[in-house]
Design a protein around this ligand. Sequence first.
Ligand code: MOS
Length: 718
Amino acid sequence: MSAAPFPDIARFDALDKVCGRTEYAGDVPLPGLLHAMTVPATIAKGTLTSIDVRTALAVPGVVRVLTPQDTPMPQGGANSAAPPMLQNAIAYRGQPVALVVAETLEAAIEGAEAVRAVFAAEAFTVSFDRPGSPREDAKAPTFGDADAAFSAAATTIDQTYVTTANHHNPMELLSTTAVWSGGRLTIYEGTQNAARIKFDVAHLMQIDPANVDVVSPQVGGGFGQKGEVQRQTAIVAQAARLTGRPVKLVMPRNQVFHNTRFRPHVKHHVRLGADASGRLVSAHYDTLQQNSRRGRYPADWYHAGSSKVYGIANYRGTSGDLRLDTQGPSQMRAPFEHPAAFAFESAIDELAHALGRDPVALRLANDTRIDHSTGKRFTKRLLNECLTRGAQRFGWSRRQPAPGSMKDADGNAVGWGVAAGVYQAAMHPAIATLRIGANGSTHYASAGHEMGQGMRTAIAQVLIAGLRIDPSRLTIVVGDTRAAPQHGTAGQWGTASSVPVAAAAAQRMVAAFDELLAGRDVPGNMHAQLARIRRPFLEVQVTMAAPGQGPEHVERLKTGGFAVAGLHGTYPEFTALSHIAHFVEVRIETFTGRIRVPRIVSVADCGRVVSPRTARSQVQGGVVWALGAALRETSEVDARYGGWLNADLAEYLVPVNADIGEIDVSFIDEPDFEANAAGVKGIGEISMVGAAAAIANAIFHATGRRLRTLPMRLEQLL
Ligand code: MOS
C-alpha cells in the first residue's frame, strides 16, 4: 500500500443520511410486526413474588404478556448484574419483569401499565459513599520500587480525584426486532457486536448459532453502550418465538438509563514523585470503581494509559470494585482512560505547579522509548510531536505561568491548560469478500460495524484507491453475520482491523485481473473489462490476522470468540499506542462564575489517517464528549429508591452547540507499519483521553482553584 496521504472525501453514507434514507434497526418494515413494551421492577432489590397479567391481557390489541416463567434461563448466565432474560430475582431498580406484546405501540404501553407486579423488597445500597458496601480487590500492574522512589523524591503530589457515573445518550435508543421464520431467528439491532448477539442469544435460547442471523448495518451511536447482547435482546427474541410473529421493542430513554451499561463512579488516589530535575521517578495510582454485585468490568484497565504515558520506572497500582445494587457498569468512550487521565493528568499539572515547571515542558522531559510496564520498546511514539505541534498551534508561548494572571478584554479570568493521552493500537483478524461485477457493481463484505464513526468511508477509501471501479455502485456490508464472520467493534480497533484487510482484498483482486487477462490489453475500468471478456463477475476472499496472530485467532473469529491483538498496546515484540495532546482555553465569567471554553486545540497521532473527514469528526466528537464529562454530565443515583434520578435528556445535561467554541484538530499522520500493514492506529477513543484534565488544568490556571471532582460546575468555584 502506498503511503501517499488519502484525499478528503465525503462520508460514504452522507447523502443517504441527510436525505433520511439511512435505515436503522428500529426502522425495518416487517409484515405482521408486533410492538412490545417492558414492565420495569419498582424495587431496587428483592424478589418478584407474583404477577397479575389479566388486566393487561384485556387491553384491546394486547397479544401476549411474557413473565419470568416464559423465559427460562440455561445454565451459565451472562456477566451482568442480572442475566438478560426475565427473572424473579431483582438486582436493580428498572430491571424488566415482563414484556407486553401488542398489535400497536399504544396497546403495548397501556398493557405494560396494567401489569400488576408484587415484590418482596430487600435492603440495598446504590450510593458510592455510603459505608459498608463490599469491596473486592482486582489485579493491577506494579513494577520497579515505587515506595522507595517516592520516599527519595524531591517533590511529591498526593491527591484524590473523583469521576462520577455517566450514561450514554445516543440519538438511537436501544431497540431489538426479532423474526422467527422456518426455524431461523433473525435479529435486527443497533449493535457494535453482531457476533456476540448471535452466539449469546443462541445460548440463551438453546438453539444452534448456525440458525441465528444478526443484522446491524447502521448504529446510531455506539461507544460501548452496544458492545454486547443488550438487556432486552433475548427477551424480544423469545417473544417472537412464542407469538410466531416479528416483534419490535424500542426501549424508552428513561428505561435505558436503568438497563444500559454506563460509566461507573470512580475514586482515584494518585501519588507522584519527581527528582529535583523534574524527572518522574515514582507513581502510585489506586482506583476504586463502582460495580454491580456480580458484574465483571476489568478495574485494572485504569492503569492501561497511566502506566505508559510517561517514562516512569517505578509504579504501584491497585484496583478495586465497590459492589452496589445497580445494573453493571461497562464501556463508555475511552472507558478507563478518560477518567484515569482526568486524575493522572490533573496530578501531573499539580506536580508541574509544585516544581515551578511549565506543564508542556515537564511532559516533554518525561518521554520514553521503553514501555516500563512490560519492558518492551514502543513502535513510533509521537506524543512529544503532538505536544510540540499543539503548543505551537495554540500559541502556548504567550502563556503567563502564574495562576490568575491572564484576563480577557472584559476582565474575565482566562486560563490555559494542557493534558496528554495514550490509547492502545489494537486489531482483530478479519475475512473479507470482494466481488466486482460486469454490470458495474462492486460488493464488499467484512467484519466491522458502522457506528457513524466512518467505517464504510475508511473502507471505501482503500477500495477506490486500489481498484478501477465505479464508486457510485460500491456496496459495503458490515455488521451482518450473514455476509462475513463478525467481531465486536470497540477499543478503537475498527479502522486498524477493517482497512488492512480491505487493502489486501483490493491487491488480490488486481492480481486476479492480471491472471484473468493474461497480458491481453482490454480497455475500460474493471467492470468494462469483465463485460468485454464475458465474465459476469470476479470474486476474491482474503483473511488477515494481526501481528503475532495465527490460524487459531481466525478460527476464534469464525466461532464468535474474542480475537483482539494489542490490548493495552501489547504485541509480542513491542507496544503500539495512539497519542494525543489537548490545549484548552477557559474563561471564567467574573460575576457568574460561569465556565466557558472558547477554544481547544487537539493534535493526534493515530498512525496513518485513512479518512481525513471522519477522523477529524471523531476528534471533535471526543472533545465535545470530554467537555460534557468535564462540565455537565453526571448520573444521579436515587439513594431512597435505587436506580437513577435524572433519567432523561432534560435533566442529564449534555453540551449544546452554544457550549462549544472553536475546536482545532490536526494529525501527525505518520504511518506505523509495525502496528499493521496499513500503518493505521486508532482514533475513536484517544480523541477523548486527557481533554477533561486539560479543562481542569485551565480552570486552575485561570483561578488558582483546583477542582478534583467531575463534573466541574460553577458552584465549585463560588
Ligand atoms: Mo468502545 S468505549 O470500547 O466502544
